[in-house]
Design a binder for this molecule. Structure first.
Ligand code: HAM
Length: 422
């Protein structure tokens, strides 16, 4: 019979890796707490229209990558921002509290070509600050992202750009189209197609032929209106003041249409083509475009698989601490009964206790204890049970001591807890 396998681009996260994920999740939660962010969880399935209207019809995500149930008009979320904005509007969250600081973590879905660090089901840690327009908030949110990498001990770099606003972007866009039309035939097929629908994306194309053609093209950053220019300067000044290093990237465009003004990406050179470990920016018109109030926002999302890969590569990962504190090796039905109770009492106090019920030989049970990385093993064979004296083995030093079974199970439990916690 053929073995069933997971769908291409959909991956199991196995127990051996879970400590990295848990460390990342705990660290992200803790950093969010420091910044006054509150968690929100939105559904995996949303109306397709939400993503078309927010991410934009002419983006790769909407054009090619969405998992859409055509007959149901719904799509598996390819990102979290649109859903959070939908929830923000639907629940009138701005009425309760004019500034909303929200974060979420969860699975996203994009039908991309799978490779290392690029999956079809992947996970994002997403943070959004909705309400404030001040440039300091842009820097604050970037600082949150940077703090996460710092806390995880990961080395990444930050790229910064401004994409302007509805005042300065349309004339820039028109200019760019005119310039690109002159070299249209030499652009790659994707860029030729995008030239009129999403010309800014051409600036961001990774193909060498397109890169060479746009190298001296004008950049949005240098064509900002006075308001956007003032905003961008203040973002940079605040980042400088906070000691957050960045590189200006004139051609960073981002793959989603909702951005205005500040955009940024956290980049690594350790993951090949999947250089972006996180990215985000301001989206001052998005909430209004989705039928909500005229409220600004800024956010980012980080690819959790990519961060976990970096944690492995940069060996910043704490050791797997999922080992067992004490393994109870019982032989014979009476000893097994006693150890079953002891395991329950130990677990109630928070001790990680393990036991095997299949009455294996002592040798086999010691193998299990080693595999579970047990710190101690309590050996209760038939003879030990009889004499009410078990053997307590320190698995690292291999030292063995007698352990009295005269007292009640509760008292024995207390002694073992003291030992494990010492
Ligand atoms: P994004 O740049 O599309 O932005 O995705 C953010 C991050 O998610 C990327 O930098 C990357 O690390 C990760 N990512 C994206 N696609 C994949 C994939 N197929 N496999 C693995 N990781 C992936 C957004 O999604 C915006 N919603 C960010 C944002 C929040 N902007 C404002 N607020």
């Amino acid at each position: 019979m053929t073995k069933l396998q997971a769908i291409n681009g959909f991956k199991d996260i196995l127990p051996a890796q879970i400590h990295l994920w848990q460390r990342l999740e705990a660290c992200a939660t803790e950093v969010c707490r420091r910044f006054g962010m509150r968690e929100i969880r939105t559904p995996i399935l949303e109306k397709t229209e939400l993503f078309v209207r927010s991410i934009g019809e002419a983006t790769d995500v909407v054009e090619k990558e969405m998992y859409t149930f055509v007959d149901k008009g719904s799509t598996m979320r390819p990102e979290a921002t649109a859903s959070i904005m939908r929830a923000f509007i639907e629940h009138g969250m701005h009425v309760q509290q004019p500034v909303q600081r929200l974060y979420t973590m969860g699975a996203m879905f994009r039908h991309e070509r799978p490779q290392k660090g690029r999956l079809r089901q992947f996970h994002q840690f997403d943070a959004e600050i909705i309400g404030p327009v001040e440039p300091q908030v842009d820097a604050e949110l970037i600082a949150l992202g940077q703090m996460l990498f710092d806390e995880l001990g990961l080395d990444v770099s930050l790229e910064l750009n401004s994409l302007g606003c509805p005042v300065c972007r349309p004339p820039f866009r028109q200019n760019l189209i005119t310039r690109l039309e002159a070299v249209q035939d030499q652009l790659c097929a994707d860029c030729q197609r995008r030239l009129h629908t999403n010309p800014l994306r051409v600036l961001d194309c990774k193909k060498p032929e397109c890169r060479a053609l746009v190298a001296d093209a004008p950049a949005m950053m240098e064509s900002l209106c006075p308001d956007c220019d003032t905003h961008f300067k203040a973002v940079r000044a605040t980042l400088d003041m906070l000691g957050i290093c960045y590189n200006l990237n004139r051609f960073m465009v981002r793959g989603l249409d909702y951005y205005t003004r500040t955009t940024f990406e956290f980049i690594t050179n350790q993951l090949g083509a999947q250089a972006a470990v996180g990215g985000g920016g301001r989206y001052d018109g998005l909430i209004e475009d989705l039928g909500g109030p005229a409220v600004s926002g800024i956010g980012f999302a980080m690819g959790m698989e990519r961060i976990v890969l970096l944690m492995e590569l940069q060996q910043a990962a704490a050791a797997d601490t999922d080992g067992t504190d004490i393994y109870l090796a019982a032989l014979g039905p009476e000893a097994l009964g006693h150890c079953t109770l002891l395991a329950q009492l130990l677990r109630k106090t928070g001790v990680r206790a393990a036991i095997d019920y299949s009455d294996r030989s002592l040798k086999a049970q010691m193998k299990i204890a080693n595999r579970l990385q047990a710190r101690y093993t309590l050996i209760v064979g038939a003879q030990e049970w009889e004499q009410k004296e078990a053997i307590l083995r320190n698995m690292q030093s291999q030292e063995q001591k007698p352990f009295s079974l005269q007292e009640s199970a509760e008292m024995q439990c207390e002694q073992l807890v003291d030992l494990v916690r010492a």
